[in-house]
Design a protein around this ligand. Structure first.
Ligand SMILES: [Ca+2]
Ligand SMILES: [Ca+2]
Ligand SMILES: [Ca+2]
Length: 409
């Protein structure tokens, strides 16, 4: 897809032009933001850009941040035209990429990675579009200023439940995972995680030698992205219908990655984990069923199958389907049908007349009321697992539907 072409060029452009790495506060031309911008009074953590910032940041009207474990911020600046809900999403993906994954080889302790990003005073730049992104960087380059950062643009930030996400034939690629991973790799991993950096290079040279990775760049950023986008089946719908991803990388799915590039498969799984950690917030204009279960007929479920937590928003009578993972599934203020499936699931319907759907007959479940929470154990535990229901009004089984009040003894 055309998008992909742009994606290749700009990270490289960035590497050359702005990432003279790493710049530090000792350089007089180096620019960053103050460490003490207060976001605590904003309900969504996004504040108007304060007045006491360098004037090169005045083109950005909003600011948010996360704090690394060392107490210093990783900055996020936002241009007009990049929506608040996209900012919330980008921040959540950044947190996802930096959250420790106990038991994994590369991801069990990401503290030093986040600390390095903060020490580098790095900035995630959220731009309206490519034109404003180019214009801004051209301008600071002309003035000789330097920043440590990474861009992400509004049109490539694709929220769950939007038309671009749900499209059956040509879904819009969500580049947030990629750009934010570049951000983490450039300013965190490469400064603070030599083992992962080295293993990425080893896998890279292997993949090049085997003609699995076809790009010419002698750096691992794009290769890492190719690997994790394959792992999470972001290209499994095969838009070119030729088994390749823009002639960059042969594997386009989790299954083919495992076969063609097992080193990369291992790197992704041991840094990012088997599923996304963050909670998807399905946009309030969404209308229908949002499924975390892979369904052959639904293109978007190639991606959504790697989510574990999802919340509906707004007032539409939408439905949610979980998957084999331990799901957290949240309804909205409409009437929701929620199907948790296997695993240890938490289901909260919120306001409205909500129905939990189970796969078997009522006689195959043990129902308990624990202080108002309804605990539903499938005696065929491998099917619907254990479920905790909150704010659910009905339970629908294969043979009958009961009111939640019927479970109270
Ligand atoms: Ca589940
Ligand atoms: Ca509801
Ligand atoms: Ca309810």
């Amino acid at each position: 897809m055309g998008n992909r072409q742009i994606k290749i060029i700009f990270p490289i452009y960035l590497l050359i032009v702005l990432l003279v790495f790493p710049c530090s506060a000792e350089d007089s031309n180096f620019k960053s933001l103050p460490n003490d911008i207060d976001i605590s009074k904003s309900s969504n953590g996004i504040v108007m850009m304060p007045n006491n910032v360098d004037k090169i940041f005045k083109d950005f009207d909003r600011y948010t941040k996360i704090n690394a474990p060392n107490g210093k911020p990783i900055h996020i600046v936002v241009e007009p035209g990049y929506s608040d809900r996209q900012v919330i999403y980008a921040r959540k993906v950044l947190i996802n990429h930096l959250t420790n994954l106990p038991g994994t080889k590369y991801g069990h302790d990401k503290t030093t990675i986040a600390n390095a990003m903060a020490n580098n005073q790095s900035i995630l730049f959220l731009f309206k579009d490519t034109k404003s992104f180019r214009g801004w960087f051209r301008n600071i380059e002309r003035k000789g200023f330097e920043v440590n950062g990474q861009d992400l643009r509004a049109y490539e930030t694709i929220l769950e439940g939007t038309d671009g996400y749900m499209a059956q034939n040509n879904p819009t690629r969500d580049a947030s995972y990629e750009e934010i991973m570049h951000f983490v790799q450039q300013w965190g991993i490469e400064q603070a995680h030599p083992t992962l950096s080295q293993d990425l290079f080893d896998a890279f040279w292997d993949a090049r030698a085997k003609n699995i990775y076809l790009l010419d760049y002698d750096e691992t950023h794009e290769y890492f992205i190719c690997g994790f986008e394959a792992y999470y089946d972001m290209w499994a719908h095969d838009p070119e219908n030729d088994g390749t991803r823009e002639d960059e990388y042969i594997p386009i799915s989790n299954a083919s990655l495992k076969v063609y590039d097992p080193k990369m498969y291992n790197i992704v799984e041991e840094y990012m984990g088997k599923h996304w950690l963050y909670m998807a917030e399905v946009v309030d204009e969404f209308d229908g069923t949002f499924s975390l279960l892979k369904e052959e007929q639904k293109t978007y479920t190639n991606k959504s199958q790697y989510l574990r937590k999802a919340a509906l928003s707004g007032i539409n009578n939408n439905d949610l389907t979980g998957n084999k993972f331990d799901n957290s599934l949240f309804g909205n203020s409409g009437n929701n049908n929620i199907k948790p499936l296997g695993g240890f699931d938490i289901v909260d319907g919120g306001p409205g007349d909500d129905t939990a759907i189970f796969m078997g007959k009522k006689s195959e479940y043990i129902l308990r009321n624990q202080d108002g929470r309804i605990i539903v154990d499938d005696i065929n535990y491998w099917r619907d697992g254990q479920n905790i229901l909150i704010n659910m009004e009905k339970l629908k089984f294969l043979d009958k539907t009961i009111n939640v009040t019927d479970t109270r003894k």
